[in-house]
Design a protein around this ligand. Structure first.
Ligand SMILES: [Zn+2]
Ligand SMILES: [Zn+2]
Length: 415
């Protein structure tokens, strides 16, 4: 007998045994704690696993960049159609929003990103990218497969969902601001909690990790044009050299993190672009530099932004140059830090603990980091991601239902 059936029977049994008059599910803590492991076993079944692997490989072979995920989006909609899951499309050009459950509140969301990177894949295997210069090197192909896997699990148990699960397939995570556009289009209207999972090659197979509070730094980008006066390289006294000024600007920017930031408040300032001059014997009129800055709080980001501008303008002036600094633009968006909710993190710990146990300190040898042309993922992780997605929302809805019924049933006078 398949695990889906076993789980199905457990639910039915409890409807029947406890109180057939009420539609509320009353699960013991043991039954609740077994949901994640049952979902995991379901997702590991050969037909479910092979189906997820097939989806992941299909998307891997046809990577699409941000806001161009038309084929990926179509594949998602086709799979949702096959499962009988209703959805809305389009959101933010290619985004898809699926719905499973009662159609009523509470609404809880799970999310996958769909875009690839402008990289040429260097891994030689049967399902190598067929689009030159594009590659799924961040695991978003696996994220889509895991979310569709979760959809399959949830659809199998849809009658037991006490609320609605929203499946968020978002475009353009890699710098395109797809999440913001989805939210502006109303994708998270009425949604009270959302969970996302990212593949991580630093963790052994079947392990998950997270933390409460800030987990991903916010980031901004800057570009500065430092202008002097060009001239002959052999008679520098007749020029104002922007190359030297820009070099001093870059050195001065290093002091923002090493001398001004709290050592316990991690921050980064990197100058990654330096363009100026084209000849060995000509001092150019101007130099353009650019880079990124990152921090775990909006205050620190704001502080960095202000000081980067002051340092560039001030340091350029020391060498008699003018500087203009720009931050946000259409291609260079500002992203706030990702801050995990305390209660939702506790919820994650409980659910993941029930599925996988707590602990583990294995280290992996030679993991390939994301955004590398040699990036590979272990497809054995797909069932874990699918089952964790599904368990997080099922248990979330169950918890809110029991909290509400306790609220409703508990009366006392408070003066
Ligand atoms: Zn990613
Ligand atoms: Zn990435």
């Amino acid at each position: 007998m398949g695990y889906s059936k076993v789980l199905f029977l457990i639910f039915i049994q409890f409807l029947f045994l406890y109180n057939p008059i009420f539609s509320d599910l009353l699960l013991t803590s043991k039954e609740l704690s077994e949901i994640p492991i049952n979902f995991l076993n379901f997702a590991k079944k050969a037909e479910v696993f092979d189906w997820m692997v097939g989806i992941r490989r299909k998307i891997h072979e046809n990577p699409e960049l941000g806001y161009e995920e038309f084929e990926t989006s179509k594949l998602i909609r086709d799979e949702l159609d096959k499962m009988g899951v209703s959805y809305k499309y389009p959101f933010a050009v290619t985004g898809v929003l699926g719905f499973i459950g009662s159609g009523k509140p509470p609404f809880v969301a799970i999310r996958a990103d769909m875009d690839a990177l402008p990289l040429q894949e260097m891994v030689e295997w049967d399902h190598k990218s067929k689009n030159p210069g594009k590659m799924h090197a961040c695991g978003h192909d696996a994220h889509v497969a895991m979310l569709l896997g979760a959809a399959k699990i949830l659809q199998e148990h849809r009658d037991f969902l006490k609320g609605t699960v929203v499946l968020v397939f978002q475009p353009a995570e890699e710098g395109g601001g797809g999440a913001k556009k989805m939210i502006e289009a109303g994708a998270l209207e009425n949604v009270e909690a959302i969970f996302g999972i990212h593949a991580n090659t630093l963790l052994p197979l079947g392990e998950v990790a997270s933390r409460s509070g800030p987990i991903l730094a916010g980031s901004g980008f800057f570009e500065a044009v430092i202008s002097g006066k060009g001239g002959h390289a052999a008679i520098p006294q007749h020029s104002i050299d922007p190359i030297l000024a820009a070099s001093n600007v870059i050195v001065s920017l290093q002091h923002l993190v090493s001398r001004e930031a709290d050592p316990l408040d991690s921050q980064v300032v990197t100058v990654a672009k330096f363009q100026g001059g084209g000849a060995f014997n000509v001092i150019p009129d101007s130099v353009t530099i650019g880079g990124t800055f990152r921090a775990f709080s909006s205050e620190s980001l704001q502080q960095l932004k202000q000081r980067i501008e002051e340092v560039i303008i001030g340091q350029a002036a020391v060498q008699r140059c003018n500087a203009t600094v720009t931050f946000e633009s259409k291609d260079r968006l500002f992203f706030p830090p990702t801050v995990n909710d305390f209660e939702l993190h506790k919820h994650f710990q409980r659910v993941a603990g029930d599925m996988l146990g707590i602990g583990g300190d294995e280290t992996l040898e030679h993991p390939v980091m994301p955004h590398s042309p040699y990036f590979r993922i272990d497809e054995g992780g797909l069932p874990f991601g699918a089952a964790l997605h599904a368990s997080l929302v099922v248990r979330y809805l169950y918890d809110s239902q029991t909290e509400n019924s306790m609220d409703n049933g508990y009366h006392h006078d408070e003066l």
